[in-house]
Design a protein around this ligand. Structure first.
Ligand SMILES: [Zn+2]
Ligand SMILES: [Zn+2]
Length: 390
């Protein structure tokens, strides 16, 4: 039960790849340098096939061993975020306003490390698809890949994903069967009243008073409509309207995010949001227009694949370092689109640091290079368990 020795031997190489990626972050669907680097490495490792240009900048490596027909997909994300890095590291971002603040530099590196080991050892029977996905943050590169036929072209029977988690100790893994990440929807409410002199409000229809009441009333959806044993979030995140002190504006706008796990809760949240906003608009004489966009679906792990992931992780980290009952979070993840198509499991790997360690998307966050051999070893053991050599 440990890091695979061979992977430990090239820890320094992995650290160098990770820091190079970190210094050269690229936003979603712009990962050209990253994709070229991934493809070059896969070729150098002797991976059997390397396919590029999936969902613009995605890369898939294909590794075969033995004669088995089993196939497994391992997915890493490659994109960075529009954040100004504040870590002060000597390998900090060289692109102003772009930063690997979610650790996708580490995710890409761990899958490369596993690819190198698996290409060398081929101690499995079947096919491994190494899926390097673009644009996980907001843009849904995972969805684009699935819509382009990823899983028909590379027919993995099971798919697996992994994300680092700051504050969780190094050398630990966490997972759960069932929902782990939420569905994420977004809304815009546009209010149209009648603008005029703020000293003569009786001649106006004030969209700001209506907007304020809608913000408060939307809080009653989770508090009063959703079954209290279910999880849901409605957050209003922007309120825009007005230009000066003595004018009641004609229009105002609200935006926000809506999170849930269950389809029936998701439907309820949308329905109540529409009813409350429209109803208050009618009551206050203000026109309401609602744009409601469904985003990433919930990320739902299947039972058997989560068990397999836990066993592979335990082989690397030790059974006492595996949390099989990880609490779900209301964050969202576009690996969900692959999990809608195939059974699989999305797990978390400890990134170390204490309680006050910078969280994902913080300008002070950094992926821990010490996690690299754990993650790469987990991928490797997962393959060797899922597709055992004969
Ligand atoms: Zn992120
Ligand atoms: Zn991420």
């Amino acid at each position: 039960m440990a890091i695979i020795n061979r992977i430990g031997e090239f820890h320094d190489d992995m650290r160098a790849w990770r820091r190079d990626l970190h210094a050269h972050p690229e936003l979603g669907f712009e990962e050209r340098r990253t994709a070229a680097l991934v493809a070059d490495r896969l070729h150098a490792f002797g991976v059997d096939e390397v396919h590029t240009g999936l969902a613009s900048t995605g890369v898939v490596g294909v590794l075969k061993a033995g004669s088995g027909s089993g196939a497994i997909g391992l997915r890493a994300d490659m994109d960075a975020l529009p954040i100004h890095e504040a870590t002060g590291r000597d390998y900090a971002s060289t692109s102003a306003g772009k930063m690997h603040a979610c650790g996708h530099d580490g995710h890409t590196t761990m899958l490369l490390g596993a690819a190198r080991y698996l290409a060398e050892t081929r101690n499995f029977d079947g096919t491994v698809y190494l899926i390097f996905q673009p644009a996980e943050e907001m843009l849904g590169g995972g969805r684009t890949m699935v819509e382009e036929g990823l899983l028909e072209r590379f027919p993995a029977a099971r798919v697996f994903g992994m994300h680092n988690w700051p504050g969780m100790p190094l050398g630990q893994f966490a997972m759960r069967a069932g929902p782990v990440m939420a569905a994420a929807d977004r809304f815009i409410v546009r209010l149209t009243g009648r603008g005029g002199h703020a000293a003569m409000p009786h001649q106006c229809r004030d969209p700001l008073v209506a907007a304020a009441q809608i913000v408060i009333a939307l809080q009653s959806i989770v508090a009063r409509n959703v079954d209290p044993v279910q999880r849901a979030v409605v957050s209003v995140t922007q309120v825009h309207g007005g230009d000066t002190f003595n004018v009641i504006p004609e229009t105002a706008m609200l935006t926000g995010t809506v999170r849930s796990f269950l389809p029936e809760v998701r439907d309820l949240l949308e329905r109540r949001l529409r009813e409350i906003a429209t109803g208050l608009g009618t009551a206050l004489g203000v026109g309401i227009e609602i744009e409601y966009q469904r985003g990433y679906p919930p990320t739902v792990n299947t039972e058997a694949e989560t068990e397999l992931a836990a066993l592979a992780a335990a082989e690397v980290a030790g059974a006492d370092k595996i949390d099989r009952a990880r609490e779900p979070t209301m964050g969202a993840e576009d690996f969900a689109y692959m999990l809608e198509q195939r059974p699989g499991s999305y797990v978390f790997i400890g990134n170390g640091g204490g309680e006050d360690t910078p969280m994902l998307h913080s300008p002070h966050y950094d992926f821990s290079d010490d996690a690299l051999p754990y993650g790469a070893s987990y991928w490797a053991r997962l393959v060797e368990r899922a597709l055992p050599a004969r």
